[in-house]
Write a protein that binds this ligand. Structure first.
Ligand code: SF4
Length: 348
């Protein structure tokens, strides 16, 4: 039986740090089942039972940074670098919207050489040709660049803080600064973006309290979307021999985040599916409500290796079909709207 204290925490309207740590550490399978059931119920009450689908295009794997955990780090000379041409990105965006998906995610490493105006042109063109929301995940840039992209039509921006533990952040992300990252997130929100931030679970040296702090930072920043996914070691990085993050702890994090953050969008991340083929379905049953199939052409996708993946050349819609299978297996249905943050949906 779950303890009465644990059951009370599941209902707490505004859990404090110690409560969040306690929620992340159920003491029995029954408590864990109660947590997952409560998270699923909160998800249905707050963001509904549908699952939003976002189509990802990995537009470039170039990166100016050298994060210890990431296969795209600039020090990884084993990786062939690419930058998709605008017409290739637009063709890919058309494939996504022709398939009925209403969010396009443009993702890349943090490439400070990338031309901000060229990216603005691509955003403008996508917005002119489709009714899709555009999410950017292009790393830290200055406020004026974020403004340029917002004015070009970008709706959302995803910038994971990765870890709220400052010393871990400094160790794992040399030459980057936690305060700058948080400043970027605040700038993005002020400019009217729907903002996403989140963490990696199982980073070497990370504690349960750190994960609680990650969830609470999302609450403090009033984030609209919160990806939480396991760390997966990547070859040709300094952490290649570290242990991978735990799928079970990732699912616990998603469930607790749903209870604490309530109305945010939480993806069932591909990294979960990489570690366990059933984990994305399970995530949709314990708080997650988004799935993000990859539409990047195979010739580029093979080089977008934040972590190792088993890839085979598949038709462009294979990722979408797999996502739909997972949604069905979870007993859910795909959403037909854009899946905006509830805070940003204009009144009818
Ligand atoms: S985590 Fe992001 S910023 Fe760091 S190396 Fe990878 S792509 Fe670059």
């Amino acid at each position: 039986m779950p303890t009465s204290r644990y059951l009370a925490l599941l209902e707490a309207p505004f859990p404090e740090r110690e409560d969040v740590i306690a929620l992340l550490s159920p003491s029995s399978d029954e408590e864990k089942a109660a947590l997952f059931a409560r998270a699923h119920a909160v998800r249905r009450e707050t963001v509904g039972g549908h699952v939003h689908i976002r189509g990802i295009i990995e537009i470039s794997n170039r990166c100016s940074n050298n994060c210890l955990y990431c296969g795209l780090r600039r020090g990884n000379t084993a990786l062939a670098r690419y930058l998709m041409r605008p017409e290739e990105i637009l063709a890919c965006a058309k494939t996504i919207t022709d398939a009925g998906v209403r969010t396009i995610v443009l993702q890349s490493g943090e490439d400070r050489r990338a031309d901000a105006h060229e990216i603005a042109d691509i955003i403008r063109e996508i917005k002119a040709r489709t009714d899709a929301a555009v999410t950017l995940s292009l790393g830290e840039r200055d406020r004026e660049t974020y403004r340029l992209w917002r004015e070009a039509g970008a709706d959302r921006y995803l910038l994971k803080h990765e870890t709220a533990n400052r010393s871990l952040f400094a160790r794992l992300r040399p030459s980057t600064d936690f305060d700058v990252r948080v400043r970027c997130l605040r700038d993005l929100a002020e400019l009217g973006y729907q903002v996403g931030t989140g963490n990696m679970i199982g980073l070497p040296g990370q504690s349960l309290a750190d994960i609680a702090d990650d969830i609470l930072l999302c609450r403090e920043l009033a984030a609209d979307m919160c990806p939480f996914g396991p760390f997966i070691p990547s070859p040709d990085t300094p952490l290649s021999h570290a242990a991978a993050g735990s799928v079970e702890l990732s699912l616990l994090t998603i469930a607790v985040a749903r209870i604490v953050l309530r109305t945010v969008h939480i993806p069932a991340n591909t990294s979960l599916g990489t570690l366990d083929p059933d984990a994305q379905r399970r995530a949709l049953l314990c708080g997650a409500n988004v799935i993000m199939p990859n539409f990047t052409p195979y010739r580029y996708r093979v080089h977008y290796r934040i972590y190792p993946k088993t890839l085979r050349e598949t038709p462009p819609l294979e990722g979408l079909h797999r996502a739909l299978e997972i949604i069905r297996a979870a007993g859910c249905t795909p959403a037909t709207d854009r899946g905006d943050s509830v805070r940003h949906i204009p009144p009818a």
